[in-house]
Design a protein around this ligand. Structure first.
Ligand SMILES: [Zn+2]
Length: 199
């Protein structure tokens, strides 16, 4: 199970509890109608008491299931809290808390955290792809060890950073064709020209 699948479990259990609560509410509604029918028709009590019994048994079953689900959810949330607390970056912690413990939508998270929606997404993407990006980057740097911008001006400078030609936020990817080896000063010059975007 991936971390994301693990974290999403709490949300799925929460959804399951909600749907069972709705089922109980509609059964309770049905039971009150059955009671009304029962008092309206005193001569045919058997069928109605029978269906009443079925409804009540179903409600009890569902309520037991809900209690079990709540126990599972409480345990799971406790584990998720422990897992989130181990993350060093407090912003990631808040983001994961809001998403996987409070079950907020990305729009709500963006509002709560006072960030633009894009920023919230980007932070999550960075978290998700952080490790694989490091691998792509290191491999690209090994294959393209010189700053490509300096090279165009006839200078040989060791590249330290890898630049996305089309930014990830604008649909770019980590494919070799979209990458460029740069030294620190060329990279900050290009980034500044592009308006100080992320990554
Ligand atoms: Zn350079």
């Amino acid at each position: 199970m991936t971390v994301k699948e693990y974290l999403t479990q709490a949300y799925r259990i929460d959804q399951r509890i909600n749907s069972k609560l709705e089922q109980v509410a509609s059964l309770r509604d049905l039971a009150s109608k059955a009671t009304a029918t029962l008092s309206d028709m005193p001569h045919k009590p058997n069928r109605n008491t029978g269906s009443m019994e079925t409804i009540i048994c179903k409600m009890i079953d569902l309520e037991n299931e809900i209690n079990n689900d709540i126990d599972t959810l409480v345990d799971l949330k406790r584990d998720i809290v422990t897992m989130i607390k181990r993350i060093a970056n407090p912003e990631y912690q808040t983001l994961l808390d809001l998403r996987y413990l409070c079950f907020k939508t990305w729009e709500q998270i963006a509002v709560d955290m006072g960030y633009s929606l894009q920023y919230a997404f980007r932070m999550h993407e960075k978290k998700r792809y952080g490790r694989s990006w490091k691998r792509v980057r290191d491999r690209f740097l090994a294959q393209h060890p010189l700053c490509e911008a300096c090279q165009k001006e006839g200078k040989l400078t060791t590249a330290e950073e890898v630049h996305h030609i089309v930014p990830l936020s604008k649909g770019g990817n980590n494919a070799t064709e979209n990458l460029m080896s740069l030294c620190k000063s060329c990279h900050s010059a290009i980034t500044a020209k592009e308006g100080g975007r992320w990554g």
